[in-house]
Design a protein around this ligand. Structure first.
Ligand SMILES: Cc1cc2nc3c(=O)[nH]c(=O)nc-3n(C[C@H](O)[C@H](O)[C@H](O)COP(=O)(O)O)c2cc1C
Length: 354
């Protein structure tokens, strides 16, 4: 139970990664997560908009502290977007949903770590064979696109298959420290959080979308291709998307053929009409009840992980002593990166204990 391979590879303090959410994880959110000791991954998404990517990269801070993620099958149609990204030399390139091979090789030549998000054991084996340095095992309860296997059975199966070669990080359904602690028990070295960081102050996104995440319950999402049909953006098999249920999904679920006529989702989203446009979010929406600055979310999760371990396993991950020169000393077990010290009522995150 150690995050040290992952932290060493990414150069961050805490094993908490921002999901590269299209249109949500912009430069400000990326910088905020990395600034708090996590690892921000900017959402390059479909890779269609060079101007957007350049602007957000400028906001993301020191490239050595963050990664950039793309939807691989889409980015592959826009090779120039990868050139722009590689020129910036970020710490990592995250590739999800498609063949990583040619892009991984280019990233490696530029000295960039390659993270691949996968949804099955077979995909994990293939991604490692094609150059992945880190595997994100994404369960179907997660927000956005994915496949069908849930996080709880997927993560240990992926760890068994390839965990001896590269670090495995879990994604899908993780919104607090209990979730991070749980996936570390399954052998993951860290967690990727999407929906939780969507409900942050720095996330790009309409306030109404964030409000809906905060008020949604865990049973308030639906996985399918309804919304991809509506925006004329149907993905290759086997990928489907998870979004919050709304009036649109209630009206059209099961009537996908008719829906092929429907257009206008972008206008609805810009107008804040989330009865029509989807809020892309996962089942962990049921665990989210506030919109916080991203740094506070990272700090709270770090504290909760320590509390969860202490309460349920008797393993104490604190206190560590901050020497004031960036070095942390303490009786911290091999749970690298989760050290903190008490200050007044709050626990302050002080750094990485190894
Ligand atoms: C709003 C939103 C947009 C997303 N966009 C992308 C994306 O562009 N590329 C990607 O690899 N994953 C994307 N994802 C999936 C995340 O990478 C991650 O697997 C997922 O959010 C984890 O589940 P969680 O939402 O329960 O934390 C998105 C997720 C959300 C919620």
């Amino acid at each position: 139970m150690s995050s040290s391979r992952l932290l060493g590879r990414l150069g961050c303090t805490h094993p908490i990664l921002l999901a590269p959410m299209d249109l949500v994880a912009g430069g400000r959110l990326t910088a905020a997560v990395s600034g708090a000791g996590g690892f921000g991954i900017l959402g390059g998404g479909y890779g269609r908009d060079e101007a957007w990517l350049l602007r957000e990269l400028d906001l993301a801070g020191d490239p050595a502290t963050y990664g950039v993620g793309f939807i691989t099958w889409s980015m592959a149609r826009k090779p120039r977007i990868l050139d722009i990204m590689l020129e910036r030399r970020p710490a990592a390139l995250m590739l999800s949903f498609g063949d990583p091979a040619p892009h991984a090789a280019r990233a490696h030549r530029a000295g960039i770590t390659v993270i691949c998000q996968v949804q099955t054991v077979a995909m994990a084996r293939e991604a490692v064979a094609k150059g992945a340095d880190i595997i994100v095992a994404q369960g179907a309860e997660g927000g956005g696109h994915g496949v069908s296997c849930a996080t709880l059975p997927l993560v240990p199966a992926v760890v068994d298959a390839i965990g001896h070669k590269v670090p495995v990080v879990a994604a899908g359904g993780i919104a607090d420290g209990r979730g991070v602690a749980a996936v570390m028990m399954l052998g993951a070295e860290g967690a990727v959080l999407g929906t939780r960081f969507y409900a942050s102050e720095e996330a790009i996104g309409h306030p109404e979308a964030k409000r809906r995440i905060v008020t949604a319950g865990g049973d308030g999402t639906v996985r399918g291709i309804l919304f991809d049909i509506a925006r004329n953006n149907v993905w290759p098999a086997p990928f489907t998307g998870r979004v919050l249920q709304n009036a649109f999904s209630q009206k059209w679920l099961g009537r996908e053929r008719e829906l092929l006529q429907h257009i206008g989702e972008d206008a609805a989203r810009d107008a804040g009409d989330f009865d029509t446009a989807p809020v892309i979010a996962g089942e962990c929406a049921g665990l989210i009840d506030d919109i916080q600055p991203a740094a506070k979310i990272v700090q709270r999760i770090v504290r909760e992980v320590a509390e969860a371990f202490a309460r349920h396993t008797g393993v104490h991950i604190a206190p560590a002593v901050h020497r004031g020169d960036g070095i942390v000393e303490g009786r911290v077990p091999s749970f690298a990166g989760l050290s903190h010290q008490a200050e007044d009522d709050e626990l302050e995150v002080v750094g990485c204990a190894k």
